[in-house]
Design a protein around this ligand. Structure first.
Ligand code: DON
Length: 580
């Protein structure tokens, strides 16, 4: 038998590695800022780069580009084209959107505006019925609902100006997935079955998205899009000109002529994506970059943050009645401004610097009663509003150099008009409804607009898309954005406050229950999950509380020191946050 001292030494010898392991693990916990083992939900973690999108295929395609040494813009453009194939409800080449880019090396911030434009022949009268009232059938479901698409021009411009890979490389995964198909999932099948009736007017849509007899695909069966593969190949070979001036444009204008659409050869040939200066704000020491007009998103986000900064939300507590009251009041004030002052800056003079100034926020928020909801009709006048579902998609990217991309794009409604341009696989957007066709009459999202957003030929319709990048100490800290029509701006606002005011990690910030007020209708929307006590307190303050559907779907990344965290929103299945 070994002497006692030697047994002790053995035990200590065993104990030592265990202690060392525990110490290192504990230290790692401490060393990795932003990782809280007690958190309710955990984000995905990576060290070099990450892509978060609503499509597994887009995330993986973007990530592969990052692994090959591409930058965040390369990955974003690749993901964007991939989603035109794998997420056709929002990501078609026939839509438009916005890409926000921040490059910490040069401190450059750019906002790429590839929003659709009104065709030259568009007139408001075309969207009215005999009584002179706005006719949603025309601005949503008819071929004249389509604006001149911007996606191909926007993604190509981003790659050309800020990317390092070729357009052909960026399009490769999209071409492969369109040509060879990918297994349809439940979400895709369900979303298609909801628009089947609308799609029936489009033989090409029916041919692509349903089986021969009009039956839905079963989960796991491949969705093959040969025409779209050809369109993508033509863009890979000839650049965006293939879409705007070449073979694809001829098919688009041919279809327009046949069906009484508005988009002409000149509309397509003259379409240009624009690099704009992002709007910039500051919230509790964080720098906020977001989308300028023709989106209302960035202006409203900063306007609301400026007002909220005046309240100690952290002390009020997350989703307490007090916090929700203050947020709702700020949302109402900002959405009321949206209806008045926001529109395409190339056509109207949007008072951006005033709306995003701290002084303006001070004046506006001074009127907030800490105990009572202000009725919306005490704010600037408006109308009544129905709400309908639409679709959009957001993705966020960060690369190993810390370059960040935040991109939101859309067809407006699920599958846009539902019309596919024959022989191209390209679905047409129904973005014309985002104009205020008749001032004071709400659009599909219940948003009321005025003269600033009145329709004019060549004008870009006002959007709510809010791709956002938040900097801390000059470096991208939070990259986020969401879908959801008018709910986009309040969703992004809450992702930001959840992280900054309530100290949540990015997964908790994404999953938390959301609220929304858009001034008109005068209703406070909440997701399920607020306590009955909170709802009662809010009702007692004068709110008409409506608890209903989920709000938005945010795709976000947070970078703390060298550590990257991401979360895809569980409100929509099929997304993926993945890094390396
Ligand atoms: O640009 C806009 O604000 C709308 N066309 C976006 C539509 C949308 O987000 C629908 N989403 N769920």
């Amino acid at each position: 038998m070994k002497p006692y001292s030697s047994r002790l030494a053995m035990k200590l010898g065993l104990l030592f590695p265990i202690l060392l392991f525990l110490t290192i693990t504990a230290a790692e916990g401490k060393e990795r800022p932003g990782f809280d083992p007690e958190a309710r939900f955990h984000p995905v973690y990576a060290e070099h780069g990450m892509v978060v999108s609503e499509s597994v295929y887009a995330t993986r395609a973007g990530l592969e580009v990052l692994r090959e040494g591409g930058n965040a813009v390369d990955a974003a453009v690749t993901a964007g084209f991939t989603m035109a194939v794998t997420y056709p409800r929002a990501g078609s080449l026939g839509g438009g959107g916005f890409m926000l880019i921040y490059l910490p090396g040069t401190k450059e911030a750019a906002a790429i505006d590839y929003r659709e434009k009104a065709p030259g022949a568009a007139r408001s009268s075309m969207y009215l019925n005999e009584k002179g009232e706005a006719n949603g059938e025309k601005s949503l479901h008819h071929i004249i609902a389509a604006g001149v698409p911007g996606t191909v021009a926007g993604l190509a411009l981003a790659l050309d100006k800020y990317g390092t890979i070729t357009l052909e490389r960026a399009l490769r995964p999209a071409i492969d997935l369109a040509e060879n198909g990918f297994p349809a999932d439940e979400e895709l099948i369900r979303s298609l079955s909801r628009v089947k009736e609308r799609m029936k007017v489009s033989p090409d849509s029916m041919k692509i998205f349903f089986k021969d007899g009009g039956e839905s695909y079963a989960a796991g069966e491949p969705l093959i899009q040969k025409d779209l593969a050809r369109t993508l190949r033509q863009i890979a070979e000839s650049g965006p000109d293939a879409f705007y001036k070449g073979a694809v444009s001829e098919k688009i204008t041919g279809f327009m002529k046949e069906k009484g659409g508005l988009i002409t050869k000149e509309d397509l040939a003259s379409y240009e994506a624009i690099v704009r200066k992002p709007v910039r704000g500051n919230y509790r020491g964080y720098d906020i970059y977001s989308m300028p007009p023709p989106s209302s998103g960035g202006v409203l986000l900063i306007e609301m943050l400026n007002m909220l900064e005046r309240f100690p939300l952290g002390a009020y507590g997350h989703n307490s009645a007090r916090t929700i009251h203050v947020m709702a009041e700020c949302m109402k004030l900002a959405y009321a401004d949206r209806s008045m002052y926001l529109g395409d800056p190339d056509f109207v003079d949007v008072p951006v610097s005033r709306l995003i100034s701290k002084e303006y926020a001070r004046g506006l928020s001074a009127g907030i009663d800490p105990e009572r909801a202000t009725p919306s009709d005490m704010m600037p006048p408006g109308g009544k509003a129905p709400r309908e579902g639409g679709n959009t998609t957001h993705f966020s990217v960060i690369d190993k150099w810390g370059n960040a991309v935040s991109n939101t794009y859309t067809l407006n409604f699920n599958y846009g008009t539902g019309l596919t341009v024959p022989g191209t696989g390209v679905l047409l957007n129904n973005e014309m409804d985002d104009f205020s066709i008749t001032p004071g009459v709400p659009n599909a999202y219940g948003l009321t607009g005025g003269e600033y957003n009145a329709l004019a030929p060549g004008k870009r319709m006002l959007s709510s898309m809010t791709p956002t990048i938040v900097l801390r100490d000059g470096k991208p800290f939070l990259i986020t954005g969401s879908v959801g029509g008018s709910l986009i701006i309040s969703t992004v606002l809450q992702v930001l406050t959840n992280v900054i005011d309530f100290g949540m990690n990015v997964a908790e910030a994404t999953f938390a229950v959301r609220v929304h007020h858009q001034w008109l209708p005068d209703e406070l929307l909440t997701e399920r999950g607020l306590s009955a006590d909170t709802v009662k307190l809010l009702s007692d303050m004068g709110y008409s509380v409506v608890t209903g559907d989920t709000m938005g779907s945010a795709q976000s990344i947070v970078k703390i020191g060298d550590y990257i965290y991401g979360a895809t929103d569980p409100r929509r299945p099929g997304g993926l946050a993945e890094g390396y």
